[in-house]
Design a binder for this molecule. Structure first.
Ligand code: FAD
Length: 312
């Protein structure tokens, strides 16, 4: 099923949906762990799960394998990321055909970052220039079979000169045939809601799904917020506990719940969680925000415990 149809259904029913993003691990053991985790997290009821395409075009087979398992074995709707970096169109054709063969019907079409060792973007030989070209290419080669998402940047893409320039190219991606937008992670909810208004004023009318990263470690928080504006209340909360991993995770859950509730109040159609391949924080954010029930999760994943609890 296409994600855009899921979004429309959730909107008709009047509730927001949620989805999870995973990246392909580098080791065989990492793959096993991730597949187990995806299977467990499917019981939380995500509308879909995203699998990233390795930076620079690395590990395409791993992405396809995870997509295939999630789609066919765990029965969850998948969205496969696909990038232009180091991906000439014959490789893009192969990836799209493999995605189709395993029942996947959703692609997040991306340009990708410059190839390893290069500071400036250049397309590879036989490749495409921008995400908009990839959207057009997918529509040309596969018609309406795939639902297509594209990336949006509430604080603008690093290479864009201004928000206006960024919105011009975002609109080009949507006009080329994208159905929905998933955003880069951010922490400033009012800034995001303001950016959505700018998108609408610019004529970008498709659903926009905000990307939320539950903070799980101080180091990764710092790494992922180098170019992001972080509200003062988050900085004030996190700095004094930066050496206490447990306290950081608890604070991250608190921040995730607050952001989720504010976004829902702001009228978003759904929330996309950057899980960083971990389960606990995202699950507790969903529970805390009332989007899932702890009892249901225990019944599905730990049947021995629910029958024990019922007897008490
Ligand atoms: P584009 O939309 O093509 O834009 C790239 C830059 O070019 C922007 O500055 C834009 O303004 C400019 N531009 C666009 N069109 C034109 C034009 N016609 N002329 C001049 N300039 C133009 N990376 C991975 O490697 N793998 C992943 O799985 C992955 N998943 C991601 C998921 C999300 C939700 C997000 C937000 C990012 C993801 N990325 C991933 C990172 C992404 O590949 C980089 O941010 C990349 O630098 C830009 O990709 P894009 O699709 O936004 O590019």
């Amino acid at each position: 099923m296409k994600i855009i149809d899921r979004i429309k259904k959730a909107q008709e029913e009047g509730h927001p949906l949620f989805s999870f993003e995973y990246f392909s691990p580098k080791t065989a053991q990492g793959m096993v762990n991730l597949q187990d985790r995806i299977e467990r997290m499917c019981h939380l009821g995500p509308a879909f799960v995203d699998i990233t395409w390795g930076a620079g075009g690395s590990r395409p087979a791993a992405t396809i394998e995870i997509v295939s398992n999630a789609q066919k074995v765990y029965g969850v709707e998948t969205c496969m990321h696909l990038i232009c970096t180091n991906n000439p169109t014959d490789k893009i054709d192969k990836a799209l055909n493999e995605a189709r063969a395993c029942g996947n019907q959703n692609i997040l079409a991306l340009r990708g970052d410059p190839p390893h060792g290069q500071s400036e973007w250049t397309a590879c030989e036989g490749g495409l220039n921008y995400a908009a070209d990839l959207v057009r290419y997918i529509r040309k080669t596969h018609g309406d079979y795939f639902g297509i998402g594209v990336a949006g940047y509430p604080e603008k893409h690093l290479e864009s000169a201004s928000i206006e320039e960024d919105l011009k190219y975002l609109k080009e991606k949507v006009d080329a045939g994208a159905d929905f937008i998933i955003t880069q992670l951010f922490f400033d909810v009012p800034m995001f809601l303001d950016w959505v208004k700018k998108c609408r004023a610019f004529g970008i009318t498709c659903p926009i799904i905000p990307g939320v990263m539950p903070i799980q470690a101080y180091a990764s928080f710092k790494k992922n917020t180098v170019d992001a504006s972080v509200p003062q209340w988050i900085l004030d909360g996190i700095e004094p506990i930066k050496n206490d991993d447990q306290a950081i995770r608890a604070f991250g859950i608190e921040v995730g719940i607050k952001m989720t509730l504010e976004l829902i109040q702001g009228g978003v159609c759904g929330i996309h969680y950057y899980t960083f391949n971990l389960e606990r924080s995202t699950r507790l954010v969903l529970e805390g925000a009332g989007l899932i029930s702890k009892t249901d999760y225990i019944k599905k994943n730990m049947p021995w415990r629910s029958s024990f609890d019922e007897k008490r």
